[in-house]
Design a protein around this ligand. Structure first.
Ligand SMILES: [Cu+2]
Length: 734
């Protein structure tokens, strides 16, 4: 190497030694010129900057209590990286702009749409349409995709169009130009008039037909009934819950007797209350072939209470596009998507409810800002995510609840696939979040990577996590992490304070890089963090500079790679057993309390104290022993080759970058033939032009190093890095 690097004599007649130091010493000592002093200073400064970046990048793991050079140097790094909405692809930060690019939005939702006509997709599954009701703007082409295995048709109720039989994997499109209500059905599994496998496309801001009650529902607030309504008994008055709903008027109570109800109920009448007489004894059964247990579409103020739903391919209890909702004393288990679910809805409350065995989240409130909603006193167990809420916040409180044995406990998140990004301003308090490591829980691919995290704030802003007891989570207690979708969503202004966080596997508190420097941690009882000494460097009062740590981000990305390759454990939602009996509502004969927006819902709450949480934890006995992982540079040493390659692939770019800087500076220092101005100019380029400066000099700076060496130094090294990265990715994906 050294011999090869010597190369030809340079134009100045001096041997172009690169690494042979012997001839250097007398020369350097002999001529301490101003240019060499400046060069030395520049090199020192550059080295320090590199060291700082490297330290923060590598994140020296949970060396709690250690004050390393890396901590000192990485302070103030917070505003290097991408700041907020000025990220590529979303130059204005305008949520509508981000939404406009989000292909596929609305594929499974019934929310009102805005903006230009676009492609929308209705899935034909076995044997139902999802969504059953889709609202679009005039001029929209709707694609009906047969995503099931059975053959289906898409046939207009009035016969104006008919797809013919569509086999699995096939599709049919129709463009709706005129505002109106367009019901359709599958001739093989349904019939005109909303019978069996059927659906509705609502075009423009027209009202939806009700199930039979008075007055249609649609965009905008519906009138609150003036007087209490009648009580309709199921099955005494009507044989099914759907028949009871169809017979009801706004304000009525549909009271359901004990029994199993194999049906999928669609509610399009506002201010109904659907109540079971016995929470554990009134069971909606999807038999793993129906869409939703109860789906409330654009009907305001509907209350669902004292019921159980399981075995639905999508959701147990589901509100979309409503103002005012309440779910009380509900049990949802073993459904194929969410348990208790509100989308594109405001003014709501979930309380005294239980959800288990869902491959997305047990409880979900998403795409709302402000949400004006409360989740109070629920238990979420053995789901992929205990709580998930995409792009949801603004007067949204998640309090006094237990989140355990999920893959991850509470996960507000930002995604481009729903409107109103970014997620912001949720309040998490008084929760007991423990032992979330259910690798046998059902999960979808993109839920898996958060495995083992108690609270994960993924790309959100202005959330407050306060006064929670967070223990025995094998990855992180609280992780504040960027989220990558169409855009890279960085976290901003999140506050994590006054929590008790303990016995976490990798770290109690984690802040992932790149971070904006505005997230803060204070007054938590904890022992480990990434970066170390997190409350000093990302403190709330006098932050020394919250740069974030590379390890949490890298770990998350590694798991994404693993999940994308299909290599992740997952249970089956169909196999989720019935939970133990849950407490029924105190008086199932009481008159209904309507979910009137702003007055009745969301309603007040009082946050539990840490002492109460500690008492609950103590009463439950000792939790599982969470092994502390052995880590090097924040990366766990659990699986040999993958870890080795991962670490190597992780540090190699830094090593290369540092080498380019060192070699270029060293070479320039020795090039006496260049004028001082040119040498200082090149040094400045090497040190100050981000990423491109160091490799540009060896390629274009006229260095006397042999051309083949210079090419290898840049392109050969990059090629090796790519090979390592690919190998690492493939191994993780296998
Ligand atoms: Cu069909």
């Amino acid at each position: 190497m050294i011999r090869g690097a010597v190369g030809a004599p340079d134009p100045g007649g001096r041997p172009g030694a690169l690494l042979a130091c012997a001839p250097m010493r007398p020369r350097a000592l002999a001529a301490v010129t101003p240019v060499r002093l400046v060069a030395l200073a520049l090199a020192l400064a550059g080295g320090l900057v590199l060291l700082a970046i490297a330290g923060a990048h590598l994140g020296f793991g949970p060396l709690h209590g250690a004050t390393s050079l890396h901590e000192l140097l990485s302070g103030g790094r917070g505003n290097i990286a991408f700041i907020g909405s000025s990220i590529p692809g979303n130059p204005t930060g305008d949520p509508e702009a981000a939404y406009g690019r989000a292909a596929g939005y609305g594929g499974d939702e019934a929310g009102a749409d805005t903006g230009a006509p676009q492609e929308r997709v209705v899935s034909a599954l076995d044997d139902f349409f999802d969504p059953q009701v889709m609202r679009v703007q005039p001029g929209t082409t709707v694609e009906f995709a047969n995503d099931g295995r059975n053959p289906h048709t898409v046939t207009a109720d009035d016969g104006t169009y008919d797809s013919g039989v569509i086999q699995g994997g096939g599709s049919f499109s129709h463009t709706y130009t005129t505002p109106g209500i367009y019901p359709f059905n599958c001739k093989l599994h349904g019939a005109a008039g909303g019978i069996g496998m059927s659906g509705i496309v609502a075009v423009g801001d027209v009202a939806l037909p009700t199930n039979g009650g008075h007055g249609g529902v649609g965009p905008g607030r519906e009138p609150v009934p003036a007087a209490p309504g009648a009580t309709i008994h199921v099955p005494a008055d009507r044989p099914t819950i759907q028949a009871g709903v169809d017979a009801a008027s706004p304000g009525d109570l549909v009271l359901v007797a004990r029994g199993t109800y194999p049906e999928s109920v669609l509610v399009r009448t506002p201010y109904l209350t659907i109540r079971g007489e016995d929470r554990n004894g009134v069971i909606l059964d999807g038999e793993q072939k129906r869409a939703n247990g109860i789906h409330v579409v654009e009907a305001d103020g509907v209350v669902l209470e004292n019921l159980t739903a399981h075995g639905y391919q999508l959701n147990g209890f589901y509100w979309s596009g409503v103002d005012g909702y309440r779910g009380s004393y509900l049990t949802a288990y073993g459904n194929g998507d969410y348990g208790v679910y509100a989308f594109d809805s405001r003014y709501g409350r979930f309380e005294h409810s239980y959800a288990s065995g869902h491959p997305d989240s047990g409880f979900y409130i998403g795409q709302c800002y402000p949400c004006d909603a409360v989740i109070d006193d629920v238990r979420s167990v053995h789901n992929a995510l205990g709580y998930s809420g995409t792009n949801a916040g603004g007067n949204l409180a998640i309090v006094n609840s237990e989140w355990t044995d999920n893959l991850a406990g509470i996960a507000p998140n930002t995604l481009d696939s729903e409107r109103l990004a970014p997620q912001r301003e949720a309040y998490l308090a008084g929760n007991w979040i423990h032992a979330n490591d259910a690798t046998d829980a059902p999960t979808k691919r993109l839920e898996y990577p958060t495995n083992g995290i108690g609270v994960v704030l993924a790309g959100g802003r202005g959330n407050v996590v306060e006064g929670n007891l967070i223990e025995d989570n094998p990855t992180y207690g609280v992780g504040v992490l960027p989220n990558l979708d169409d855009n890279l969503w960085l976290t901003h202004d999140n506050v994590v304070r006054g929590n008790v966080v303990r016995d976490s596997g990798r770290a109690d508190l984690a802040l992932g890089m790149p971070a904006t420097g505005s997230d803060c941690f204070a007054d938590n009882a904890f022992t480990t963090s990434q970066p170390p000494a997190i409350e000093a460097f990302a403190g709330c009062a006098f932050p020394l500079g919250a740069g974030g740590d590379g390890a949490p981000t890298f770990n998350l990305l590694g798991r994404f790679a693993q999940a994308l390759g299909g290599d992740y454990p997952s249970g089956r939602w169909e196999d989720e057993p019935a939970p133990p009996a849950q407490p029924s509502m105190p008086d199932a004969a009481a008159p209904p309390v309507l979910a009137i927006p702003e007055t009745a819902v969301p309603g007040p709450y009082a946050v539990r104290s840490i002492a109460e949480l500690e008492a609950a934890s103590a009463a439950a006995g000792p939790g599982p022993t969470t092994p502390r992982e052995v880590m090097i540079l924040g990366i766990p040493l659990t699986s040999g080759l993958t870890t080795l390659l991962g670490v190597y692939g992780y540090i190699l770019p830094l090593v290369l970058y540092a080498s380019w800087v060192a070699i270029s500076l060293w070479d320039l220092v020795r090039r006496d033939e260049l004028s001082d101005g040119r040498r200082l100019g090149w040094m400045t380029v090497v040190l100050l032009v981000p990423f491109l400066g160091p490799p540009i000099y060896p390629l274009a700076g006229g260095s006397p190093i042999a051309r083949s060496m210079r090419l290898f130094l840049v392109f050969g090294a990059l090629a090796i890095y790519l090979v390592i990265a690919m190998l690492s990715f493939l191994l993780q994906a296998l």
